[in-house]
Write a protein of this length. Structure first.
Length: 284
């Protein structure tokens, strides 16, 4: 079953002079196993939206159902949070245990699993993120490099074996190699384990490359949800919202401005490159 968001609204500090409507009437479905990208300008409601997916925030109006479980039901939230793993920006700041092994085991332990059930989950999760258990299990999390800390924090979520993985800017602060490694890991989780991915990102190239669909938020409302091709064909509207465009889309716009007739609204650089190379070979 999917995650179903119906007419979701959320107001911070309701009833006070500081009341702020962060989301308004958002309806959206996250399908099993899909990669949903979420984009929007700063303050558009992206982080507020994803915090509703496992009950960290509750609707002011509307509902969020995770596999049929209503996040408003307090007794169901533990089960919902075992289904939806949440990875915040800079997850390495969430590390706190004495060893990497204990940190990764924290989530499964809270799920009520036995030590016999937890041990293989910890080992599997560490291997998934590229940390050799024999090398890293007994290390202090605070001895790790920045990239290793992020991997260890992600392992702690994966050890709970969530059906959905929700990520808020997971590549923030990483160098290009680190970005590629985290994206490859996320994609392998989806392809190998069927994990549904919901990823907030400011990188239009990342969501263009990996997302099946993209939800665009603007001032707390859902502007559209569609395939990357459909979303980035609305380049003028996205720019008016203060969003960037994929590099390929930017180049298409620049070439058209110079009078070059590019028929297709490319959003992936390799597709645009293939078009331009084909033109060059044809004109030789």
């Amino acid at each position: 079953m999917p995650i179903i968001i119906e007419q979701l609204s959320h107001t911070y500090l309701p009833g006070s002079q500081l009341a702020y409507p962060a989301l308004s009437d958002v309806s959206l479905t996250v399908q099993d196993g899909e990669f949903l990208g979420i984009i929007g300008h700063t303050g558009s409601g992206k982080s507020t939206l994803i915090q509703h997916l496992n009950g960290l925030l509750l609707p002011t109006a509307g509902s969020v159902l995770v596999d049929g479980l209503d996040t408003r039901e307090k007794k169901l939230r533990k089960q919902i949070r075992s289904l939806v793993g949440m990875v915040f920006q800079y997850p390495e700041y969430q590390l706190f245990e004495e060893t990497v092994e204990r940190d990764v085991a924290f989530g499964p332990k809270n799920m009520g699993l036995s030590e016999e059930e937890i041990a293989p989950r910890v080992e599997e999760a560490l291997r998934l993120v590229g940390l050799n258990p024999s090398e890293f299990s007994e290390k202090s999390p605070f001895e790790l490099s920045g990239g290793e800390k992020r991997r260890a924090a992600l392992a702690g979520i994966l050890a709970m074996r969530p059906k959905y993985l929700v990520l808020d800017e997971p590549m923030a602060g990483l160098d290009p190699r680190g970005r590629r490694e985290i994206l490859a890991l996320i994609e392998s989780l989806r392809s190998d384990y069927g994990t549904g991915i919901v990823m907030v990102s400011h990188s239009m190239d990342d969501v263009a490359m990996f997302a099946d669909r993209i939800a665009v938020l603007d001032k707390g409302s859902l502007f559209m949800v569609a395939s990357p091709e459909d979303v980035f064909s609305h380049s003028t509207e996205l720019l008016e919202m203060g969003l960037n465009l994929p590099q390929a889309t930017q180049l298409v716009r620049a070439l058209r401005a110079r009078g070059i007739d590019i028929q297709h609204d490319y959003f992936r650089m390799e597709e645009l490159a293939a078009d331009l190379i084909g033109r060059w070979n044809h004109d030789r």
